[in-house]
Design a protein around this ligand. Structure first.
Ligand SMILES: C[S@@+](CC[C@H](N)C(=O)[O-])C[C@H]1O[C@@H](n2cnc3c(N)ncnc32)[C@H](O)[C@@H]1O
Length: 300
């Protein structure tokens, strides 16, 4: 039984431990970045069986003075669920690694590879604004991103083609995965639709999957002009550049996936966003698990 003093000391240690852990959480994500840059998920996957640490080390472009640190990197990543550790037998001290469902999504050639997400999110353009977070609360700058990069996110994407392409690629990857689920699960919703506008539809990945599965649907992919410029249209897909905060094209259904619907309604008081809200969410399929806000609806 702990004395009052001991109990106080354990509580204090637990609290300190909690703070240390929280402060160092960034090591988890930046270790993941490191592993991806060294192609560790691909190397282990291509090995085709549990990969001994010595083999992994031999396959990496390491400076000889750094080989022992790979064990530490792999400990962090195993603990975070990106690899699993295996021990062949007690006489074989070399630990072996396999990839997990999570690191499968980091493989270069996986159809739903999230590698581009890591390139986008670990980009200083995206990370540095977080260092401005508290300052942002104390002044008028519209977003930490704006404060750090001198303009809003979408303006920045409009001026930096590489960043724009990377962002659109990330969105397309998400849509490739989500569309497979949406088409399967919400088939019913698309069956009666003749026209649909995908507001903020990016480069049209969702729209392409929808018209392939439901050829009666005519899709308008509506997004900022720099996103849709030069994209190839088809009989069922038209691209329209514009600002959803001004107006959106007419269609008998609206699709929003990962869009700022609340901002459109509350900050910008857009009529079309109000319409969605006033119709009552019960009429709409809101599938937060499929994205930040995924709404697929036929209206009126
Ligand atoms: C988070 S992405 C979602 C893209 C796509 N719906 C998806 O889920 O893959 C947000 C999209 O909204 C577009 N966007 C941002 N502001 C916009 C505006 N004012 N008018 C039209 N599109 C806008 C962006 O260019 C971007 O493609």
């Amino acid at each position: 039984m702990e004395t009052e003093g001991e109990e106080h000391a354990s509580k204090l240690l637990r609290a300190q431990n909690h703070v240390w852990n929280h402060i160092f959480k960034f090591i988890n994500s930046l270790s993941l970045k490191c592993a991806i840059e060294l192609s560790i998920p691909d190397i282990i996957h291509n090995y085709g069986q549990p990969m001994p640490l010595s083999q992994l080390i031999a396959s990496l472009p390491l400076h000889p003075s750094k080989t022992s640190f790979i064990t530490r990197l792999m400990k962090i990543l195993t603990h975070s669920g990106f690899f699993s550790e295996h021990h062949a037998n007690p006489n074989q001290p070399d630990v072996m690694y396999l990839i997990t469902d999570a690191s499968m999504l980091l493989l270069k050639d996986h159809p739903f590879s999230m590698k581009s997400v890591t390139r986008l999110i670990f980009n200083p353009v995206m990370i540095n604004p977080w260092f401005q977070f508290s300052t942002w609360f104390t002044n008028e700058t519209p977003s930490p991103f704006h404060r750090e990069n001198g303009m809003g996110f979408w303006d920045f994407a409009g001026r930096e083609p590489n960043f724009n392409n990377l962002f659109n690629e990330v969105m397309a990857m998400d849509s490739r995965l989500v569309s497979t689920v949406v088409i399967e699960k919400y088939k019913r919703l698309f069956e009666g639709i003749e026209s649909l506008v995908d507001v903020g539809g990016g480069t049209g990945t969702m729209a392409k999957v929808i018209v392939e599965s439901f050829p009666q649907v005519k899709c308008i992919v509506f997004d900022l002009p720099h996103v849709v410029a030069g994209l190839e249209e088809s009989q069922n897909i038209k691209y329209v550049g514009g600002d959803m905060l001004e107006a959106i094209p007419q269609a008998d259904s609206i699709m929003l996936k990962m869009m700022m619907l609340f901002a459109a309604k509350e900050r910008y008081e857009k009529e079309w966003a109000n319409l969605i809200f006033s119709a009552g969410f019960s009429n709409y399929k809101i599938t937060p698990t499929l994205g930040l806000v995924s709404i697929i609806e036929v209206y009126p």
